[in-house]
Design a binder for this molecule. Structure first.
Ligand SMILES: C[S@@+](CC[C@H](N)C(=O)[O-])C[C@H]1O[C@@H](n2cnc3c(N)ncnc32)[C@H](O)[C@@H]1O
Length: 287
C-alpha cells in the first residue's frame, strides 16, 4: 500500500473503547483516558503508512486471520511503552547481587543458574543482570554457569536486545568499571555489549497473558519490573502466582516497588529490604 497524506479523524469515544479493549485482551496493557492521544497517534501513524484512513477498516484488518496477527505484531511494537535503562533500579540489582554472592559462597547452586528478565524491552535489564552475575562469578572465582532468558511482547525491542548496541547516552548509567569491562565502541558513538554476555542471553518472544502456557523452566531469579503497573490487579496476581510456580525452591522473585500491592503467596516470603520488593520461595518441594 502506498503512503497517504489524507488526514485521519480523531478517535470517537466508542472507537477508543474498542481499541483499548483489544489491546488489553491481547496484552493485558490497560489504557487510561489520558493515553488516548498516544493511542490515536500511534494507530493513525501506522494507518497512514498503510494508506488507510478509516479506524474501523484498520480494526478489521488487525483482527482478521493470519494477516491480522502479523499486522498486530507491528502495531503492538508501537503501543507498548519500552522505556528502560541499564541498572534502572540499582537497589533491586544489588539485592540480586547479594543473593547470588551468598549462594555461590554457600555452594548451594545445584547446576546451572537460571535468571529470567520478564518484559526485557530493548535488553538493558537482562544485560545488567548478566554484568552483575558475571562479576559475582568472578569474585567467587567460580566457573561461569548461568543463563538468562529475556522475554518481551515487542519484536523490535527483542531484536535491539539481540544486537546489544547502545548509544553513548544509554550507557551513561553504567559505572566506569562496567563500561570499561562490558561494552566496546563498535562505531563512533555506538557501544556493543561484550559477546561473553550476549551469548548468555536468550531473547525470545513471550506474552505474559499466556504465561501459563510458557515452558515451566524453573528459575533461580525472576526479575519483573515496570511491567505489572500496566495490568489490572487480578492479572498481576495471576502472573505473580505463575512466577512462583516457575521459581526453584529458594529462588528469588524481584518486582518493581509498589507493583504488587497486597500480594501474598503461601510458598514465598517477602525479603526484608526497604527499597526493594522481593520474595524468596521457601518451600522445598520437588523442582
Ligand atoms: C516499561 S518497559 C520495562 C522494561 C524493563 N523491565 C525495565 O524495568 O526497565 C515494559 C516492557 O514490557 C513489555 N510488555 C508489555 N506487555 C507485555 C506482555 N503482555 N507480555 C510481555 N511483555 C510485555 C513491553 O513491550 C515493554 O518492553
Amino acid at each position: 500500500m502506498g503512503w497517504s497524506l489524507q488526514s485521519i479523524a480523531s478517535l470517537t469515544d466508542s472507537q477508543f473503547v474498542q481499541w483499548s479493549k483489544l489491546l488489553e485482551e491481547r496484552t493485558g496493557i490497560q489504557l487510561a483516558d489520558q493515553h488516548r492521544a498516544m493511542l490515536q497517534s500511534q494507530v493513525s501513524i501506522r494507518m497512514r503508512e498503510l494508506g488507510c484512513t478509516d479506524y474501523n477498516q484498520y480494526f478489521r484488518a488487525v483482527t482478521d486471520g493470519v494477516q491480522g496477527r502479523l499486522e498486530w505484531t507491528v502495531l503492538v511494537d508501537r503501543l507498548a511503552v519500552k522505556e528502560t535503562s541499564f541498572f534502572r533500579h540499582r537497589p533491586s540489582f544489588e539485592l540480586v547481587r547479594q543473593y547470588l554472592a551468598r549462594r555461590l559462597a554457600q555452594g548451594t547452586v545445584a547446576d546451572n543458574l537460571d535468571l529470567w528478565s520478564m518484559g526485557c524491552a530493548t535488553g538493558e535489564e537482562p544485560y545488567s543482570l548478566a554484568m552483575m552475575a558475571d562479576t559475582c562469578f568472578e569474585q567467587a572465582q567460580a566457573e561461569r554457569y548461568y543463563g538468562i532468558t529475556a522475554t518481551d511482547i515487542s519484536m523490535s525491542a527483542l531484536s535491539t536486545g539481540r544486537r546489544g548496541c547502545y548509544s553513548a547516552r544509554k550507557i551513561e548509567s553504567l559505572s566506569d568499571a562496567e563500561r570499561e569491562r562490558y561494552v566496546h565502541e563498535v562505531e563512533p558513538g555506538v557501544y556493543q555489549v561484550d559477546v561473553s554476555l550476549r551469548e548468555r542471553i536468550c531473547f525470545t518472544h513471550g506474552n505474559l497473558m499466556a504465561i501459563q502456557t510458557m515452558p515451566p523452566v524453573k528459575q533461580d531469579v525472576i526479575f519483573c519490573q515496570n511491567l505489572l503497573i500496566y495490568f489490572r490487579r487480578w492479572l498481576r496476581r495471576d502472573i505473580l502466582n505463575a512466577c512462583v510456580e516457575r521459581l526453584k525452591p529458594g529462588g528469588l522473585l524481584v518486582v518493581g516497588l509498589g507493583e504488587a500491592p497486597g500480594w501474598e503467596h503461601p510458598k514465598v516470603r517477602r525479603v526484608k529490604a526497604g527499597q526493594v520488593q522481593a520474595y524468596l520461595r521457601h518451600d522445598q518441594q520437588e523442582q
